[in-house]
Design a protein around this ligand. Sequence first.
Ligand code: ZN
Length: 275
Amino acid sequence: MSLQADVDQLAEYCAQAAGLGVTELAITEHCSRFCQFDQLLRGWWDSDGSLARRSEMAKCWDEELGGDLDQYVETVLAAKVAGLPVVVGLEVDYFPDRMDEVATLLGNYPFDVLLGSVHWIGAWLFDALEWVRAQEQWSTRGVDRVWDDYTRSIEELAACGAVDVLAHPDLAKVAGHRPEIPDEFYDRIAEAARSSGLAAELNSSGWRKPCAEAYPAPALLSRFHDHGIPITTASDGHELDHVSWRVADRGPLARSAGYSEVSAFRDRVRTTLPL
Ligand SMILES: [Zn+2]
């Protein structure tokens, strides 16, 4: 698409958001779609012990690939110049032992906000709900072990300092598998965000998934509040109809956890707005 067509598409997203009372959108494409990340990280999955999973990961990585980070950033900046209420963001996955290189690459671009997320444990894409083999891993590994591995990745991601906000902080519940006693995991996730000065996302997309609940769960959101962790809001829209989806349901959830304000970012600096 041409730059103008891309800006026009962002204008449509902004119009959709404005119709629902949302005044600013962070554009946060997944980092793994960009060739610059491919050049840096290709083969990161090689340390996974399963050949089948490594091949599946390589195939999935190639299918998602195709964007150019320079062009992406240029498009969002052009949208800003055109007066659209957007900020330049990116969703950055956690790549064990590679985050220093990732941070160096990110430092070359004028991002307003960087989300950090965990979608993989080793090369297992645990939120690939439609992959039967991937979903079988829940019973092979056991729910508590998966949550422990997920939480450790969140702790390492938070500590690496490369991102500003924890995206969908309890994504490990996506397929509907929750630990019987989640408290230890919630405490660790909240402490990871607090000790690294991160904000956390209140993300409505969980309502579209088998977990049927926003991220984070109310009990985790309350812990975030008690730990003094600021929140941002997100709908994780991958298509026009999902932009600002269920925005009206997020406010009451945040308020019931004790929040009266939300955060926004410019040049990776946080500011607050009334909820
Ligand atoms: Zn994500």
